[in-house]
Design a protein around this ligand. Structure first.
Ligand code: F6P
Length: 464
């Protein structure tokens, strides 16, 4: 992208937690699907990234060889509470994942959400000029395009929604449903991972706003917005390259040596009630109960990275997982063998890669998930082209990876059955499925995804 047409990316979460130490500024990578995909994109294409972060300021990154500028916006504790904990994670997150039992709709939270979205828009305006492309990301910032459009009518605005967009009968429970839709429709282009979410969005715009739809275009209040579906990709080449390093191989071997069983099954998620961790553990319970021959034959390593602990529902879920692991291990452990190893902490991308290399089976069974990048990273890390992916039919990525064993995470029997199929799958069949998955994830990587948006953002916006 030429300097005349810079990319200004706007998201809630930034790529690093910055820690001021006596030796200068230290960076710790943050977690989540958005950062996993968007960071390599920014490193490659350059531009400015506006996000919530402390200390407020502008940083050129990486420090040794700057590729993009990070502009951190600091929020007050009241803003964090109303905008992030409240409206984003107790209203929009549960309603969009169709967890109506968990929604908490509070008008005070909405007010703060609106104020903070305006602050993000002001920061993006200050960082951009007329010809620049402003690309806003995710449900925390649904109102930003509208504030931008009002301040700069000619702005070139893209939006990508990283989580599911629910059916209208669910979405309409949100008291501020019209405002959210109007916020997004101020963009020139709105993207979702899969056609189902794009369809739900268009239906909601028609039913709740009276918008009209013609193919990919929605017209509302005299403006036309293009709506597309394109699943976000990963930096396949970087994962594949790092997976081949001798240090990754050595780390994977160390993990397997300490296992005490033949087969390693791996689960990796943020601590979240949408991820179906307890349900999956019940599937393991059913398998060990009904097919005792598997006892002692595999170990499940379940990594859960701490997340959103400010929200009650997330703390409660942690307790439930602790109890389920204790119950199953108490019942089936035998001598040195423990069926489930539960690791509740954060891991660096390199550490996770060693787990992906070591694991024979990836167990990815969310109850609902916008896409799911763990499945993609596991596939990209399988350089020997073996391994099995067990995937929930409710993860967006299921439509991109039909060669996985697709399962219903709400059925313990289904999960147990998929596990038993995966444990018995012959190498040839693993390879055939894995090759197809690797080819697709390689082809539809982060560059493919980014180009699909930026090439459509108007003249001059195409990537070099
Ligand atoms: O991918 C969905 C998402 O909510 C991102 O928007 C976010 O960065 C990530 O998950 C992690 O969540 P959080 O930023 O709340 O820790």
């Amino acid at each position: 992208m030429t300097p005349a047409h810079r990319l200004v990316l706007v998201s809630n979460r930034g790529p690093y937690r910055l820690v001021v130490s006596p030796h200068g500024l230290r960076r710790q990578r943050t977690i989540g699907g958005l950062v996993t995909s968007v960071l390599p994109m920014m490193e490659q294409f350059g531009g400015v990234w506006v996000a919530w972060g402390e200390p407020e300021g502008r940083y050129s990154l990486p420090p040794q060889k700057p590729r993009f500028d990070l502009r951190y916006l600091s929020l007050t504790p009241e803003e964090v509470q109303g905008y992030y904990v409240g409206f984003s994670n107790r209203a929009l997150w549960p309603v969009c994942h169709s967890f109506l039992g968990r929604v908490h709709y509070d008008p005070a939270d909405w007010q703060v959400y609106e104020v903070v979205n305006r602050r993000f828009a002001e920061a993006a305006l200050a960082e951009s000029g007329e010809g620049d492309v402003i690309w806003v990301h995710d449900y925390q910032l649904a109102r930003v395009p509208l504030h931008l459009r009002q301040a700069r009518p000619s702005a070139r605005l893209l939006f990508f929604w990283h989580i599911p967009f629910p059916p209208t009968e669910i979405f309409r429970t949100l008291p501020w449903r019209r405002m959210v839709l109007e916020g997004l429709l101020a963009s020139d282009l709105v993207g979702f991972h899969i056609p189902e979410y794009a369809r739900n969005f268009c239906e909601a715009a028609v039913e709740l706003l009276g918008a009209s739809v013609d193919g990919e275009n929605i017209t509302y209040a005299g403006r036309t917005t293009r709506v597309i579906a394109r699943p976000i990709g990963i930096d396949y080449a970087a994962v594949d390259r790092e997976a081949r390093l001798p240090r990754t191989t050595a780390a994977a071997e160390r993990l397997r040596a300490g296992l005490g069983s033949q087969t390693l099954i791996l689960g990796v998620e943020r601590m979240d009630y949408t991820k179906g961790i307890v349900e999956r553990l019940r599937g393991v319970d059913v398998l060990l109960e009904q097919q005792p021959a598997w006892r002692g034959k595999f170990s499940l390593i379940q990594i859960v990275t701490p997340s959103r602990l400010e929200v009650d529902a997330y703390r409660d879920k942690k307790r439930e997982i602790d109890e389920a692991v204790g119950r199953i291990n108490g019942r089936f452990s035998d001598g040195l063998w423990i069926p489930i190893r539960y690791l509740h902490r954060s891991y660096t991308p390199s550490e996770l890669l060693a787990y992906y290399r070591a694991a024979d089976i990836a167990l990815v069974t969310p109850l609902r998930d916008g896409l799911n990048l763990v499945a993609k990273e596991y596939v990209a890390a399988r350089i020997a082209e073996d391994g099995v992916v067990i995937l929930s039919e409710f993860a967006g990525v299921a439509s991109q990876l039909p060669e996985a064993l697709i399962t219903n995470p709400y059925s313990q029997e289904d999960v147990a059955d998929a596990l038993s199929r995966a444990l018995r799958m012959p190498r040839d069949e693993q390879r055939e499925r894995m090759q197809a998955m690797r080819n697709r994830i390689k082809e539809q990587d982060i560059q493919w995804w980014a180009k699909g948006f930026l090439d459509g953002a108007g003249p001059g916006a195409a990537l070099s």
